[in-house]
Design a protein around this ligand. Structure first.
Ligand code: BDR
Ligand code: CA
Length: 315
């Protein structure tokens, strides 16, 4: 089977970086058409630089990286340096990457790529605030015909919020964009905190990754060792939730996850619960099923996959 065409829309972020590595390690399964970046964990000038650094580390300086929206559709930007560090990828040393930044704006790239693609042929993987994708849909709703599926990291149901009591970070940063994406009418697989909090980067798992020994695995272990600190203190857990790689892992091994078709609606009005994702898991409303909500993952299988994939990179 031909590899699935994907666009990864991200805000690296250590966990976004691992999602990029997982995708770059899987050319037989995923054909990465481009990496688009957005303001999120840190400002845009850092997320685009960080994405390019990951391409360098993985030896994929050929992958096109685009910079997109500098701020959410409606709200002011919120960042998360207190988790990710000032660079967004604290844990490794920053360098000026060889991978060039494309001149084209990320939203233009998404629109142009989808306009020229066959029906239902491209999968979008947003692992940050969904501003770029929503802006592309607003620009030309007809591009949705080319979207096979959207596999997003965002939202929470049972787990509660991580940036406000009600809201997960990516959706809180740009709730208006998330609302557009979740209601776009194309199939959406949503990875929320309910599932990402099941894949904790424990010391043993980070050690397994480090022991793979190549540059990508060591960079992953170094980033996760930093990323770990805030969440282990916050949650009293053995490791941090490895949010964003769940998206790519689902594309590679959907059998590791359990999903249920539900309605997900985003709160865009209330100051108190802004960005809350109301997931109708028990089908208590007659709202249409617009997403496949992921609620369980085989965490050992997930880390086995990550270790196996990181091992494909050379020294
Ligand atoms: C999400 O927010 C960011 O901090 C992570 O990169 C992830 O995409 C988790 O809420
Ligand atoms: Ca992210």
């Amino acid at each position: 089977m031909a590899p699935r065409k994907v666009i990864i829309d991200c805000d690296p972020g250590q966990d976004d970086a691992v999602a990029l590595f997982l995708a770059m390690a899987s050319p037989a399964e995923l054909d990465v058409l481009g990496i688009t970046t957005v303001a999120g964990n840190v400002p845009l000038e850092l997320t685009q630089r960080n994405a390019r650094m990951m391409c360098d580390i993985a030896g994929r300086t050929d992958l096109p990286v685009y910079a997109g929206c500098e701020k959410p559709l409606v709200r002011d930007a919120i960042t998360a340096e207190y988790i990710h560090g000032a660079t967004g990828i604290d844990g490794i040393d920053v360098f000026e990457p060889e991978t060039p930044l494309q001149a084209q704006h990320a939203v233009d790239f998404i629109v142009e790529t989808l306009r020229n693609a066959e029906t239902a042929s491209v999968t979008l993987i947003p692992t940050g605030p969904m501003t770029n994708i929503a802006a592309a849909i607003q620009r030309d709703p007809a591009i949705l015909d080319a979207v096979e599926r959207i596999v997003s990291m965002g939202g929470a149901m049972r787990e509660g919020g991580n940036r406000s009591p009600s809201a997960e970070f990516n959706v809180l940063v740009d709730p208006h964009a998330a609302d557009i994406v979740y209601r776009c009418g194309r199939p959406v697989t949503a990875m929320g905190l309910d599932v990402t909090h099941q894949v904790l980067s424990t010391r043993e798992r980070v050690m397994r990754i480090r022991n793979v020994g190549n540059a990508v695995a060591v960079a992953t272990a170094d980033m996760l060792s930093f990323f770990h600190r805030y969440d282990t203190r916050k949650y009293g857990s053995e490791g941090a939730p490895l949010h964003d790689p769940c998206t790519v892992a689902w594309l590679l091994r959907p059998d590791l996850f359990a999903t249920k078709a539900c309605n997900l609606s985003v709160e865009t009005g209330s100051a108190l619960t802004l960005g809350h994702t109301a997931v109708d898991f028990w089908h208590v409303t007659d709202r249409p099923h617009n997403i496949d909500w992921t609620y369980e993952v085989d965490a050992e299988g997930f880390y086995d996959l990550l270790v196996e994939k990181l091992a494909v990179f050379g020294d």
